[in-house]
Design a protein around this ligand. Structure first.
Ligand SMILES: CC(=O)N[C@H]1[C@@H](OP(=O)(O)OP(=O)(O)OC[C@H]2O[C@@H](n3ccc(=O)[nH]c3=O)[C@H](O)[C@@H]2O)O[C@H](CO)[C@@H](O)[C@@H]1O
Length: 343
C-alpha cells in the first residue's frame, strides 16, 4: 500500500466501533494506520493504548452542532488550528489515504485530506441521515460507504464476526436484553424498571446495560425489588450478552442496530428522540419497512408495549434478519480502498 493510512473520527461508541473495525482489518493485512481523534468524548478510552496503530493523536476539538454562536465560533477556530496540525502530520508521515468514520473528531483530518492534494478521502457514514461534517465533505470523497445509500459500493455494515458467530433463530422470549447504546439511555432504564416485576412473574430473565451515569440508581432499584438481574454499565463482551437474549429493547444507534441484526435478535427500537435529523428513527425504519423490527417512539413507551411484544411472531423476524446483513463488510470495504490506492 502506498503511503500511510489515517483513520479519523469518534466521539461516541458507534463511530469508534467502526474505526476499530478498520484498524483491526488493516492490522490483519500487515498495515499499521495512524488514528486521529479528539481529547473530548471517548476516543482516548478506545485508542490510547491500542497497539495496532502506529500512532494515535488526540486533538483539542469539540462538537460544533448544538452550541450557541460563541461556542460554535470557538469550536470552528479550534478545528481550523488543528487542520494545520494534521497537514504537518500528513507531510511527515506521507499520508495518502484518510478514512473518516464521522463525528466532530474527524473534522481536522478530513479537511486536511481535502487541502492536501496527495490524499484520497473515504467516508464511512453509519447513519440513515448524513452527519453535518459528512454532508459538507462527502463531495470530495473518493468513495462513501453506507448501508443506506443506493450507490454505496459496499452496503453491509462493518460488524465484528462474533455477532454472526453467536447468532441463532429465536422462537420464544425467555430472556430480554435492554440496551442504551454506548452511553446508556435513561428512558429505556426507566421502562425496564417499570416492567421488571411483570417479566419476573412471567419467568422472563432480564439482562440490562444501563450506561455509566445511571448504573447505581438502576442497580439499587432492582435490589429494592429483590430481582436477580444481570445489570451492568458497559461490557466489552456485548455480543455474548446479546446471544443469551431472545428479544432486545434498544436505542437505534447504527452499530448496535446492525449488531442485533447480525445476531438475528428481534428488537423493539426506541430511537433517541434528539438525534440529529432524527437519524435513529430512520435507522430503525429501514429495518421496520422490511418487517424486521418493531419501533416505538420514546413518548409512547408504556408498560402495555410488553404485552404486544409477547404476542408477536419473533421467529419469522429472527429468520428474516439472517439475510439483512452480510458477513465480510470490512474486508470488502478495505479491498476497495487498497485497490484504489494502487491506481
Ligand atoms: C445519542 C447519539 O447521537 N448516538 C449516536 C451514537 O450512538 P452510540 O455511540 O450509542 O452508538 P451505537 O449504538 O451505534 O454503538 C454503540 C457501540 O458500543 C457497543 N457497546 C455498547 C454497550 C456495551 O455495554 N458494550 C459495547 O461494546 C455496541 O456494541 C456498539 O458497537 O453513534 C451512532 C453511530 O454514529 C449513532 O447512530 C447514534 O445515534
Amino acid at each position: 500500500m502506498k503511503g500511510t493510512v489515517v483513520i479519523t473520527g469518534g466521539g461516541t461508541g458507534g463511530h469508534l466501533k467502526v474505526a476499530k473495525a478498520f484498524v483491526d482489518e488493516f492490522h490483519k493485512r500487515g498495515i499499521s494506520p495512524i488514528f486521529i481523534g479528539s481529547t473530548t468524548g471517548q476516543d482516548e478510552q478506545w485508542f490510547k493504548n491500542e497497539r495496532k496503530v502506529k500512532k494515535a493523536f488526540f486533538l483539542d476539538t469539540k462538537g460544533v452542532v448544538d452550541k450557541n454562536l460563541i461556542g460554535k465560533s470557538k469550536a470552528i477556530f479550534q478545528i481550523v488550528k488543528e487542520v494545520n496540525h494534521c497537514l504537518n502530520i500528513f507531510d511527515k508521515t506521507e499520508v495518502k489515504t484518510v478514512i473518516s468514520v464521522g463525528g466532530f473528531s474527524a473534522a481536522p483530518a478530513t479537511f486536511a485530506s481535502i487541502l492536501s492534494f496527495a490524499c484520497k478521502l473515504y467516508i464511512h457514514e453509519q447513519n440513515s441521515k448524513m452527519g453535518k461534517l459528512n454532508e459538507i465533505t462527502s463531495r470530495f470523497a473518493t468513495e462513501i460507504f453506507s448501508s443506506y445509500l443506493d450507490d454505496s459500493k459496499i452496503k453491509d455494515y462493518p460488524v465484528s464476526s462474533e455477532f454472526f458467530d453467536n447468532a441463532r433463530v429465536r422462537h420464544e422470549i425467555e430472556t430480554i436484553i435492554f440496551l442504551g447504546g454506548s452511553q446508556g439511555a435513561r428512558a429505556i432504564n426507566d421502562f425496564a424498571l417499570s416492567v421488571a416485576l411483570k417479566l419476573d412473574e412471567l419467568g422472563i430473565k432480564i439482562i440490562h446495560q444501563t450506561g455509566k451515569a445511571d448504573f447505581q440508581r438502576v442497580k439499587s432499584k432492582y435490589d429494592e425489588l429483590n430481582l436477580d438481574v444481570d445489570v451492568f454499565d458497559f461490557t466489552d463482551d456485548i455480543s455474548k450478552k446479546m446471544s443469551l437474549a431472545d428479544f432486545a429493547i434498544s436505542r437505534s444507534g447504527a452499530s448496535t442496530l446492525w449488531e442485533l441484526a447480525a445476531n438475528s435478535l428481534p428488537t423493539l427500537f426506541v430511537p433517541y428522540p434528539y438525534a440529529a435529523k432524527d437519524h435513529q428513527y430512520y435507522n430503525a425504519k429501514f429495518l421496520k419497512d422490511k418487517k424486521l423490527c418493531f419501533v416505538c417512539r420514546e413518548r409512547n413507551l408504556k408498560p402495555e408495549v410488553i404485552d404486544k411484544i409477547l404476542k408477536a411472531d419473533i421467529k419469522s423476524m429472527s429468520k428474516g434478519l439472517i439475510d439483512s446483513i452480510g458477513y465480510n463488510a470490512i474486508e470488502s470495504i478495505v479491498d476497495v480502498i487498497i485497490e484504489n490506492n494502487q491506481k
